[in-house]
Design a protein around this ligand. Structure first.
Ligand code: ADP
Length: 504
């Protein structure tokens, strides 16, 4: 079939993926098995003869010792014993008396000793001149198949001075060689086959948990949060599955919060927008000609616009703080004095029946962005006012230890349920009770507070009990008062201040 370019699509050939675990495991095992087989063949071809010669020489010398013992202990049964030993080992055995008289040549039939006469004569000659009781030498066989060992020793306790002579071929016979070759071929095939099976089983076992995980991850990427990652089999894949399950849970939570946030934000934005629209329509339709009513309606529009403006500014602040995209103007300033200015800005609420108390301590200099720290304290006091309920009593307290200053904003209002207390610092989080009460808010204030305090590496927290009130606090390191021109009032202030003096 031709595609839209008119060209025939290429046949979809399935290629072997050389980087997959399956192929790699299979190839590794096969290569290893081939290497093993090659080593076996190499060893058999290059070293077998040498190994054989050495083992055979040792065997012949051991047999010679046994024969000597047998000859000395029981000469009558020696003949049978020697014939048996010669047959079993494929060797030529004979015993010569010192006067060159042949005492025993019982295995002549077995090996056809005629060809060895010269060997016997030479080794006996060597033994005669040797200081040792036994001599041996190996000579290349005229057949070209290998060497032969020629051995001679005195049978010591024999008063006649007899000599035991053994001639043994040091190469395996053809049948043995063929059997060995055949065995090697079988072994090679078995090694290859077993390693292939092993490689296949191992690769399947290795890849199956990974395939399961991949399948689950694909499902997750499609938005299915019900998937469960199962890394059964290996510790590593189990750990990976555990991490993925956690990530999936966090993603689900984030998704949920995101939906919540969008719902909350759109609701919060909609309220002032509806108000602005309604009041604008009211001015057009009804109050436009009445300057007094029109101004009142316009004031509502302005205050709703301010609310909108604050919401959008807060949203921007939180997002900037979260992305660390904030410029800090660090300076050394007196936190107590900054708190005092915050307190004073709230005094206007006294006309609404609020009681706001200020308990400062001695001046406490800190390094930070003064205006942002004022924003922190303003947010905390404004929350305390907002959530103080009918009690309407708010305390701002500062206390100092040698190197620290702590700010407390205390109210005796609605408080925070214990299971929700950990979330109040999350952006857009609003406690369920406050939602129900219909208290206005965006859930951004404390997220901004947290962001700013983190930038100052300050400790912070909240103690609260539902229905009893809350104590929001933060703590900063103090520094030495900056060296400035001393004024009389500064000195007096320093001297007179005592911890937790009421000023409200
Ligand atoms: P909001 O604009 O809703 O006040 P915040 O981030 O300032 O947003 O506060 C988050 C939530 O923490 C509030 O919705 C409220 O439920 C709770 N909260 C904050 N301060 C107090 C307080 N002083 N008393 C009781 N609840 C509080």
């Amino acid at each position: 079939m031709a595609d839209h370019t008119g060209k025939r699509p290429k046949a979809n050939r399935k290629r072997i993926d050389t980087s997959s675990i399956k192929t790699t495991t299979l190839l590794s095992f096969v290569v290893f098995a081939l290497f093993l087989v090659m080593v076996l063949w190499g060893l058999s071809n290059f070293f077998l003869n040498r190994f054989y010669e050495r083992a055979r020489s040792q065997e012949v010398i051991r047999t010679a010792e046994t024969l000597e013992t047998q000859y000395m202990q029981d000469r009558s049964s020696f003949s049978t014993f020697a014939i048996q030993a010669a047959g079993t080992n494929g060797i030529y055995i004979r015993i010569d008396a010192e006067d060159e008289k042949l005492i025993f040549d019982g295995t002549r039939e077995v090996q056809g000793s005629d060809a060895f006469e010269s060997d016997v004569a030479r080794i006996e000659g060597l033994l005669a001149v040797s200081s040792s009781d036994s001599v041996n030498e190996s000579r290349r066989d005229s057949s070209g198949m290998g060497s032969r060992l020629i051995y001679a020793s005195y049978i010591n306790s024999d008063s006649s001075g007899s000599i035991l002579c053994i001639i043994a071929p040091l190469y395996p016979d053809q049948v043995t060689v063929r059997i060995l070759r055949d065995m090697l071929i079988y072994i090679s095939f078995i090694v290859l086959f077993v390693s292939f099976l092993l490689a296949f089983a191992l690769s399947v076992r290795l890849t199956s948990p990974i395939e399961n995980l991949t399948h689950a991850a694909t499902e997750l990427s499609k938005g299915n949060h019900d998937v469960h990652f199962d890394g059964a089999g290996f510790t590593e894949t189990k750990e990976l599955a555990r991490a993925l399950n956690k990530a999936s849970y966090e993603m689900e939570k984030t998704d949920f919060y995101q939906r919540e946030i969008i719902a909350n934000v759109s609701h919060d934005l909609k309220t002032p927008l509806t108000m602005i629209r309604s009041y604008a329509e009211k001015i057009i339709d009804i109050t436009g000609d009445n300057p007094e009513k029109r101004n009142a309606d316009l004031n509502v529009i302005i205050s709703e616009t301010e609310r909108l403006n604050k919401m959008v500014t807060d949203m921007l602040s939180v997002s900037n703080l979260q992305s660390n995209n904030v410029e800090m103007h660090m300076e050394t300033f007196d936190l107590v004095q900054a708190a005092q200015s915050v307190y004073e800005s709230f005094l206007v609420l006294e006309s609404d029946g609020f009681e706001i108390h200020f308990y400062p301590c001695k001046p406490a200099y800190v390094v930070g962005d003064r205006s942002r720290m004022i924003q922190v304290m303003t947010n905390l006091v404004s929350n305390a006012v907002k959530y103080s309920g009918d009690n309407k009593y708010v305390e701002i307290r500062l206390s100092r230890s040698s190197k620290k200053v702590t700010f407390h904003c205390i109210d005796h209002g609605v408080g925070i349920p214990s299971d929700e207390i950990g979330h109040v610092w999350d952006k857009y989080y609003r406690t369920s009770a406050n939602h129900e009460r219909g208290i206005e808010g965006t859930g951004l204030g404390l997220a901004i507070v947290k962001g700013i305090l983190n930038l100052h590496s300050a400790k912070y927290g909240v103690e609260s009990e539902e229905g009893k009130g809350s104590d929001f606090w933060f703590e900063m390191e103090t520094v030495k008062k900056p060296a400035t021109k001393k004024t009389g009032s500064d000195d007096a202030g320093d001297a007179e201040d005592t911890d937790n003096q009421e000023n409200g």
